[in-house]
Design a protein around this ligand. Structure first.
Ligand code: HEM
Length: 177
């Protein structure tokens, strides 16, 4: 597939990402709004609960570490100069973190019983867009590369990350439970 194919699919990918985020937000607000409000009002922020973290299965530990490093590294890359060797090295490392985050999440279930949940759509999407975004960079298609990578960073990393702090989920328990 060529990068022109990739460029053509990008507007659709942004619309799908926005739609997914809005749908997830509205669903969460309607289903869990009152419960979330009650939990937030009674939250007790504390240092990370390390025994709880250590008790998690390896796949969750890998997922969390890759995701958290991905957020930090992604923000660093966005704030630095682009196109030089440092950008390429950090970019490949970030790509690896994102691929690990998305791939490991395919082995995590719980929000929807024993089945994949809506968030797994984001995992699949991340695994599809990442190679196209890298390919665009290698073909010097800067606009496509920039759009794909920044939408992955904000859409997947930051928005998915924020949702993990919903009351009841593990990140909430680790820091506020
Ligand atoms: C800072 C970013 C992130 C953090 C801290 C994080 C953390 C977690 C944790 C702790 C879980 C275990 C289940 C639970 O929450 O109780 C989880 C599940 C999951 N995460 Fe992430 N994650 C992040 C980013 C991502 C990203 C970028 C994706 C997708 C590209 C993703 C996809 C998933 C999926 C699909 C699940 C399983 C949900 C289910 O049970 O159905 N996460 N995440």
């Amino acid at each position: 597939m060529t990068s022109s194919f990739f460029a053509r699919t990008l507007p659709a990918s942004r619309a799908a990402g926005t739609l997914l985020t809005v749908a997830a937000g509205v669903t969460a607000a309607v289903l869990f709004g009152p419960q979330i409000l009650r939990s937030v009002l009674h939250a007790t922020p504390h240092a990370p609960d390390m025994p709880l973290f250590m008790a998690q299965p390896a796949v969750i530990k890998i997922h969390m570490l890759a995701a958290v490093f991905g957020v930090g590294l992604g923000a660093t890359i966005l704030s630095l100069r682009k196109g030089n060797r440092m950008h390429r090295t950090l970019g490949w490392t970030w790509t690896l973190f994102m691929a690990t985050t998305a791939a490991s999440s395919l082995f995590i279930v719980g929000l929807n019983g024993d089945h994949w949940s809506l968030i797994h759509l984001l995992s699949g999407w991340t695994l599809i867009v990442l190679p196209f975004a890298v390919r665009a960079a290698r073909k010097h298609d800067v606009m496509s590369h920039k759009r794909a990578m920044t939408s992955l960073f904000w859409g997947a990393s930051i928005v998915a990350g924020a949702f993990t702090f919903l009351p009841g989920r593990l990140m909430w328990k680790l820091f506020f439970g």
